[in-house]
Design a protein around this ligand. Structure first.
Ligand code: ATP
Ligand code: MG
Length: 437
């Protein structure tokens, strides 16, 4: 599989076309080349171009060091501590330029990895034929050379791409110990690209998935976004559960799914995932706080019931406390930025308000800035019978009404003379599809 001289696939024999590479990426590639450096498109962009897709971002590999790259682009800055990268900015697009780095072998080089074999440092510059070995999957280790538009393949990546085969470069167990996030990357590419992990990768995942517990929670939040906010949330969920990795990310959620009423919870989650994927497809905005609320709903609800029964607090207070607790427990795995925690708690603690359908306060609920998210969440609860048909219908209908009609619906009356007029029912409309605010 692996070779120290690349197979070079000429322009005529592959499908990567400059037409599908962003202007910004081409500019960076040509500027480096014209300055006498090697310049390659690398990683996921080459993979996606060979698959006929449109990459969402372009990464460049070069033998120029970060200071040399920085000197070539006014619109650039050096980032990163563990290894230095250059970000070149063109409007909203950022091209990431990485200097080739030497692969490190943690078995040979002990002070560069911890007891579990995790890489601590890998910041030694190298050449392209060293750089290739530090990459994760064969299909992610292809290089597109701007000098002659050829594709360089050291690891059989082009063939694996044709076979839709996902295979780590090198010994799978060692590569997963080096960086357990590769477990999630494997599951993500399996779900997103419908690539099949080879059996040796599957067994290495089974053996090493628990190492995800050692990964900093902040890094796992990024992975959470890539798994669940990119349009394939449903298949990511299925793949994570298939490989029994989901419980490493969401232990309390996994417990809820395994409980006696877990089927309802699963239906609840799947409906939300489908809605999210649909919204991404339609180009509608989404927020991670909604799915986090969905994943934590079972544990939150169970805990809130406990607070109501044992401590006699009201439902809203109980939900507030339970959300706080469950978020804190979840943070041990995935760091949820504060800007998502507060709205999530609001969305959850607003749920009891849907039961109150009379009066000015109920009417005012419609204007709450978090109403939309709370409403979408309530509709999900309705899907599994947590909320009555009447309640779901009421809040769906009032949103389509004119103000005067709304006032009546909430049992408020503008003109006392009209008080006895029977409330007219509007024709039912389908709730507008949406899952957040
Ligand atoms: P995506 O389509 O999600 O952007 P990608 O393959 O481009 O997928 P990135 O996270 O953008 O993924 O990384 C770019 C490249 O860097 C990868 O293709 C791979 O070669 C390398 N890489 C990224 N993360 C790792 C990792 N954890 N271990 C080894 N190589 C990695
Ligand atoms: Mg990428």
């Amino acid at each position: 599989m692996a070779n120290n001289t690349p197979q070079i696939i000429g322009r005529a024999d592959h499908t990567v076309s400059r037409k599908h590479i962003s202007k910004a990426a081409l500019k960076v590639l040509y500027t480096l080349k014209d300055a006498g450096f090697q310049a390659f498109l690398v990683g996921g962009a080459v993979r996606d171009l060979l698959l006929g897709g449109r990459p969402k971002d372009f990464d460049v590999g070069t033998d120029a060091d970060p200071d040399q790259v920085h000197a070539l682009f006014r619109n650039s800055r050096i980032i990163g501590r563990r290894f230095r990268l250059v970000h070149v900015r063109f409007g909203r697009e950022i091209i990431e330029v990485a200097t080739f780095r030497a692969a490190s072998d943690p078995d040979l080089d002990e002070d560069r990895s911890d007891e579990e074999g995790r890489l601590l440092r890998d910041n030694m510059y190298g050449s392209i034929d060293e750089d290739v070995w530090r990459r994760d999957f064969t299909v992610n280790a292809l290089y597109y050379n701007i000098a002659d538009f050829s594709v360089w393949d050291y690891v059989g990546g082009v063939e694996d791409l044709k076979d839709r085969k996902l295979e780590l470069i090198g010994e799978p167990a060692r590569r997963l110990r080096e960086d357990p996030v590769r477990v999630l990357r494997a599951v993500r590419f399996a779900a997103k690209l419908r690539f099949m992990p080879v059996p040796s990768l599957e067994s290495a995942i089974a053996e090493h998935k628990e190492l995800l517990a050692n990964i900093p929670p902040a890094r796992l939040f990024d992975e959470f976004l890539k798994l669940f906010q990119a349009g394939f949330a449903r298949s990511a969920f299925d793949a994570l559960r298939y490989y029994q990795v989901f419980r490493e990310l969401f232990p309390d959620t996994a417990e809820g799914l395994a409980a006696h009423d877990g089927e309802d919870f699963e239906h609840f989650i799947r409906t939300a995932l489908d809605n999210t994927d649909r919204r991404v497809e339609e180009g509608k905005p989404i927020t991670p706080m909604f799915l986090l609320g969905v994943f934590l709903w079972w544990p939150i609800r169970a805990r809130a019931r406990m607070y109501v029964e044992d401590d006699g607090v009201n439902e809203v207070q109980a939900l507030g406390r339970a959300t706080y607790d469950c978020l804190a427990r979840q943070q041990a795995r995935i760091a949820i930025p504060r800007r998502f925690g507060a709205p999530l708690r609001e969305m959850i603690t607003m749920q009891p308000r849907f039961a109150k359908q009379r009066g000015g306060r109920a009417l005012g609920f419609l204007e709450h800035r978090r109403f939309r998210a709370a409403y979408d969440f309530m509709l999900l609860r309705h899907v599994i019978g947590d909320v009555s048909d009447e309640t779901a219908e009421f809040w769906t209908e009032v949103q389509t009404m004119e103000q005067a009609e709304r006032v009546q619906a909430f049992g408020l009356s503008q003109k006392p003379a009209n008080k006895d007029r029977p409330r007219r029912r509007r024709r039912r409309r389908k709730p507008p599809p949406s899952n957040d605010g």
